[in-house]
Design a protein around this ligand. Sequence first.
Ligand code: SF4
Length: 90
Amino acid sequence: MGQQVNNEHFSTEEELFEAGYRKYSGEKIDIFYNKEICIHSGNCVRGNAAVFEVGRRPWIMPDNASADESSRVIQTCPSGALKFIRKDEV
Ligand code: SF4
């Protein structure tokens, strides 16, 4: 609670769930993905293939990079399909 989501339209994970996002939990960051919004630009998998790997289950593994690195990649998502909540910055 009290964490910031990287988008002014959402403030809590409950709102992300209501908007259709799935949660991929990590130790220091939770990543949220909405497949209905994704436009398949591939920025995420090109940005960090250890965290984002299409075809793997789960396809997002937040702990395969630092929270800084994951948040950097997520901010390159052009559609808004990826969001994150940092758990290491309160
Ligand atoms: S960067 Fe965003 S829009 Fe592009 S494939 Fe990844 S989740 Fe989808």
